[in-house]
Ligand binder design. Structure first.
Ligand SMILES: [Zn+2]
Length: 309
C-alpha cells in the first residue's frame, strides 16, 4: 500500500523529552519524535472516534489502525520514518514564561521534519484512511511534545494551508478540515460494520473527546508576531481564575494527580501574527466553568458551530 509522506513544520518551539533531559546527542529517529507522533495520532483518533462508539469498540478499532500495545514493539500496522529537513543545530534554551529561570531546551519554531508512514501489508485502505484523518486532526488542532496543550510544538502540514489572512479565514479552513475528517472516520466505521448511533456528548466520556465543531474555537485576532510573548499570554496559570485551590481540574492543573487538561490550545499562523485555537472537552463537569473563565479571558467568543463559549 502507498506510503503517506508529508512534511511538518513547527510554528512554535518544540519541546521533546529527549532534548530536555537527555545528555545524549539526538538519536537516529530524532528525539523520539516518531514515537511521540504515533502517540499523538492515537490520541486524536481516540478523541474523534471515542465520541461515536462504545469503549470496547474503540479499543478494537484503535488496534486495527495502530496495532495493539503488544504489537507495537514487534509488528505495528505501519512503520514510520521521521527525518529533519536541513540541519536542526543544537537545541536552544526556551523560555516557558514561568517565574523560574528558563532551562528547558528544545528546537526553535521553524524546524521541519519529513514524515514517512509505511503501511504494512495487513493494513487495509479503510484503516489507512482513518490514520490520515487522525493525522489531519493532529496537524490542525493538536501539537506534540511537552506543554503541547499550551501552545508549544504546534505543527502545520506543508501540503495544506499554513497561514491565514484572518481568524475568519482560519475558522473556515478548520471547519472544512473537521467535516472532512468526520466523513472519513464515518466511512471507516461503516467499512468496519460499526454502528455510529451512540453520538455521546463529551460530558459523558472519561477521556478527551471531539464531538465536532461545537468544541473548537478560534481566537478573535492575532496576538502579535513575537512567539515567546504570545506563548506567555496563552500559557495559562497555575492559579484557577475562580479561586479553586489545589483541586481544580478545569485546566488540568490539579497539584495532586496531574490530570490531563480537558482543554487543548495550540497556535496557528495568521499573516500578522499568531492566533490561538482551542479544543475543549468538557469531561469534568465540576470545574468546567474554571476553564471557561480562562478562555473568556483569552478573548474566545464562539465555537465554530456559532455557539457562544
Ligand atoms: Zn477552578
Amino acid at each position: 500500500m502507498a506510503e503517506l509522506k508529508f512534511t511538518i513544520k513547527f510554528i512554535t518551539p518544540l519541546l521533546i523529552h529527549g532534548v530536555i533531559h537527555g545528555t545524549e546527542p539526538p538519536a537516529a529517529d530524532h528525539l523520539g519524535l516518531a514515537k511521540a507522533l504515533r502517540g499523538c495520532w492515537r490520541f486524536w483518533f481516540r478523541a474523534a472516534v471515542g465520541n461515536m462508539v462504545s469503549d470496547d469498540e474503540l479499543r478494537r478499532l484503535e488496534s486495527s489502525v495502530f496495532g495493539s500495545a503488544e504489537e507495537e514493539t514487534g509488528g505495528a500496522k505501519f512503520r514510520m520514518r521521521v527525518e529533519p529537513v536541513g540541519d536542526l543545530g543544537d537545541p536552544a534554551v526556551i523560555d516557558l514564561g514561568l517565574s523560574r529561570p528558563a532551562t528547558t531546551k528544545g528546537y526553535r519554531e521553524g524546524c521541519e521534519f519529513q514524515v514517512s508512514v509505511l503501511p504494512r501489508g495487513r493494513m487495509t485502505n479503510d484503516e489507512r484512511r482513518a490514520l490520515s484523518a487522525a493525522i489531519s486532526l493532529w496537524g490542525h488542532l493538536g501539537a506534540v511534545g511537552q506543554r503541547a496543550r499550551r501552545g508549544f510544538g504546534s505543527p502545520v502540514i506543508l501540503s495544506g494551508k499554513t497561514s491565514f489572512n484572518s481568524p475568519r479565514g482560519l475558522e473556515h479552513y478548520l471547519r472544512t478540515v473537521i467535516e472532512q475528517t468526520e466523513k472519513m472516520l464515518q466511512e471507516f466505521l461503516k467499512a468496519k460494520g460499526v454502528s455510529t448511533a451512540t453520538g455521546r456528548a463529551p460530558g459523558s466520556s472519561a477521556c478527551f473527546t471531539l464531538g465536532g465543531l461545537g468544541q473548537v474555537a478560534v481566537g478573535p485576532a492575532s496576538r502579535g508576531t513575537d512567539i515567546d510573548a504570545v506563548l506567555k499570554q496563552v500559557h495559562g496559570t497555575n492559579q484557577c481564575l475562580k479561586g479553586c485551590r489545589d483541586s481544580c481540574s478545569g485546566l488540568g492543573h490539579a497539584v495532586a494527580g496531574r490530570l490531563a487538561s480537558p482543554v487543548f490550545l495550540r497556535l496557528h499562523k495568521l499573516d500578522d501574527g499568531y492566533c490561538p485555537v482551542v479544543t475543549w472537552s468538557r469531561s469534568d463537569g465540576g470545574h468546567s466553568d474554571c476553564a471557561r473563565q480562562w478562555l473568556l479571558k483569552l478573548g474566545f467568543g464562539s465555537y465554530l458551530s456559532g455557539d457562544p463559549i
